[in-house]
Design a protein around this ligand. Structure first.
Ligand code: 8YV
Length: 323
């Protein structure tokens, strides 16, 4: 039997690419450019499987291509808001993702953003590098103490729970959260977390608000002007989820008018372009979507995609099927 024909839309860590070459008739996007809609349509026409990432928009129009050869989208990432899941279902395309393996590294980046923005790490580094640092003094670059402050989580899935554990047990932080689909109470208790009845309660009580809900139509601009106004004026917003969960204009307005103390962002509406308004603030830390960006995690993500598509082509149910 001939090997399934696979297109990988971006370059992967070498160990994953080697494993793909062994089992499949695989083509990589040689120069690693973000694929255009036409290239994605051609891929769906010509390959048995396409392995996309967050940089590939697979909406109903792209997935509506005729004739369709692709039977599975093995997404390299846990978030799949760039794929129209309903359209994939209608076309009979299986979709898988990569949960678990990136949980800790993404939670680490949320912790790093929280610490860096509160302790003014980015601002301090810019001062040192520019030669503007005039030396130690008692009132120089005073930040906000993190230990013991209240962490408010929006969403309490895997990544939020990993952050809760690090913050609660490592930094003595009381952890509160809102999630419309909370996990069992014993899991909440084991993390020393407190469930709030509304998102607003989290926003009103937290010193740090960290977003961990999925990107989706429902969650688009979940954090808007009204909700930002609920936050304490000394609170910080941390986003490692998806850019469009936050209304960027509303956030920029809240920062300009000092309605919140600062923000730590890893994801952006329309990334890699970001609203230039963010560049005007020293109290905003901007990372280039680093959530899962460690060698260990990116290899684990690639291997998890390969496990999923291997199972699919061997006629077994893939472990991480989302459609
Ligand atoms: C990935 C992420 O690196 O997995 C996710 O959902 O946001 C990132 O950590 C990226 O999405 C790759 O597709």
């Amino acid at each position: 039997m001939s090997k399934p024909k696979i297109l990988v839309t971006r370059r992967w860590p070498e160990s994953c690419e080697s494993r793909l070459r062994e089992s499949f008739d695989v083509v990589f996007n040689t120069d690693d450019h973000p694929m255009s809609r036409d290239e994605l349509k051609a891929a769906l026409r010509d390959y048995d499987a396409v392995l996309p990432t967050v940089t590939d928009t697979l909406d109903a129009d792209v997935l509506g291509v005729e004739p369709l050869r692709c039977k599975i989208l093995g997404n390299f990432g846990v978030g799949f808001n760039h794929i129209d899941i309903e359209a994939a279902r209608r076309r009979g395309i299986t979709v898988t993702n990569t949960p678990d393996v990136l949980t800790d590294c993404t939670a680490d980046i949320a912790m790093l953003l929280m610490l860096e923005v509160a302790r003014r790490g980015g601002e301090g580094e810019r001062e040192v590098r520019s030669g503007r640092w005039a030396g130690w003094r008692p009132t120089h670059m005073l930040g906000t103490k993190v230990t013991g402050k209240t962490l408010g989580l929006v969403g309490f899935g895997r990544i939020a729970r990993a952050m809760a554990k690090k913050a609660h047990f490592g930094f003595d932080m009381p952890v509160i959260f809102y999630d419309p689909f909370p996990p069992p109470q014993d899991l909440i208790d084991a993390l020393g977390a407190e469930q709030c009845g509304t998102l607003e309660e989290v926003l009103e009580r937290a010193d740090f608000v960290a977003l961990h809900c999925p990107g989706s139509k429902e969650n688009r601009h979940l954090i808007n002007t009204e909700r930002l106004a609920r936050m304490k004026p000394h609170a910080y917003l941390i986003n490692t989820a998806r850019g469009d969960v936050v209304d960027s204009e509303a956030l920029i307005d809240a920062l300009r008018n000092r309605r919140i103390r600062g923000a730590g962002l890893d994801v952006y509406e329309g990334e890699p372009r970001l609203n230039p308004g963010f560049l005007e603030f020293d109290n905003v830390v901007l990372f280039p979507h680093l959530g899962s960006a460690t060698e260990e995690t990116r290899v684990a993500m690639g291997m998890r995609v390969i496990d999923n598509i291997a199972a699919f082509f061997e006629g077994r149910p893939p472990r991480d099927k989302v459609a």
